[in-house]
Design a protein around this ligand. Structure first.
Ligand code: ADP
Ligand code: MG
Length: 231
């Protein structure tokens, strides 16, 4: 059974001209446990929207997101939040750290949403990403590369089944980007965590087991029976 399964998924937005546009239209997509997939696509093609639908931050208009055997629609909101916090880690382009809290507190807060705080593990993760000397620094006392490493530690804090990463190197210089990418990939591998990473950098292809282009995924779906597009 796939770890993540998308079925007849659709997300529409109202454009500024008052027309409904189908941003995400995927008839079928599956990702296996531990698999690392690169998601590419032009700017505005719906990559962030798709990740947000998978994470449940944005509700799909139609279709099912099944994560680790659970159809997310079948759960009440609080149960869905708990399932998501335990099963999913998210790394954003802009890090999304809480500036009022230290590095280790940011990681512990990520754990608290999953229901269990483990200070020793939080410390271990921060040491693993090279921030053992910075546990009590706040994000505004860190470099961009260090901030993203805190966010990576946080994303892995609940030992999730799946990490979503949305242009995680977009705000980093090339050497910090390479370090962040290495850490995301090796931490996912060490934990048996699957990875769905969005980037427009084609040079990343070689690092992934599978690369998908979102526009091709959407187009392929429109050719299948039972998935008529909205035009
Ligand atoms: P990508 O991450 O691939 O650059 P996005 O998923 O951010 O693309 O956006 C895809 C399209 O959906 C864009 O055309 C964007 O303008 C539109 N869009 C995203 N969020 C909203 C929203 N809340 N309301 C209306 N349109 C949106
Ligand atoms: Mg985006």
């Amino acid at each position: 059974m796939a770890l993540l399964s998308l079925k007849n998924l659709s997300k529409r937005y109202l454009s500024d001209r008052g027309e409904w546009t189908e941003i995400v239209r995927i008839s079928s997509f599956e990702l296996d446990a531990g698999e690392q997939v690169l998601l590419q696509g032009e700017s505005g093609s719906g990559k962030s929207t798709l990740l947000n639908v998978i994470a449940g931050i944005v509700a799909a208009d139609e279709g099912a997101v099944t994560l680790d055997g659970t159809d997310m629609r079948a759960l009440a909101e609080s149960a869905r939040d708990a399932h998501r916090a335990r099963s999913l880690g998210y790394v954003f382009q802009n890090f999304n750290l809480l500036d009022a809290y230290s590095c280790i507190e940011n990681v512990e807060l990520g754990m608290a949403f999953g229901g269990k705080t483990d200070v020793a593990l939080a410390r271990k993760l921060l040491e693993r990403v090279g921030l053992g000397e910075r546990l009590n620094y706040r994000p505004d006392q860190l470099s961009q590369g260090q901030k993203q490493r805190v966010a990576i530690a946080r994303a892995l804090a609940n030992r999730p089944k799946l990490v979503l990463a949305d242009e995680p190197t977009g705000n980093l210089d090339p050497s910090n980007a390479a370090v962040a990418l290495d850490l995301i990939q090796s931490l996912c591998r060490e934990n048996g965590t699957a990875l769905l990473l969005v980037s427009h950098d084609p040079s990343l292809k070689d690092r992934f087991e599978r690369t998908i282009d979102l526009s091709e995924l959407n187009e392929a779906s429109s050719l299948l029976p039972g998935s008529e597009g909205l035009s």
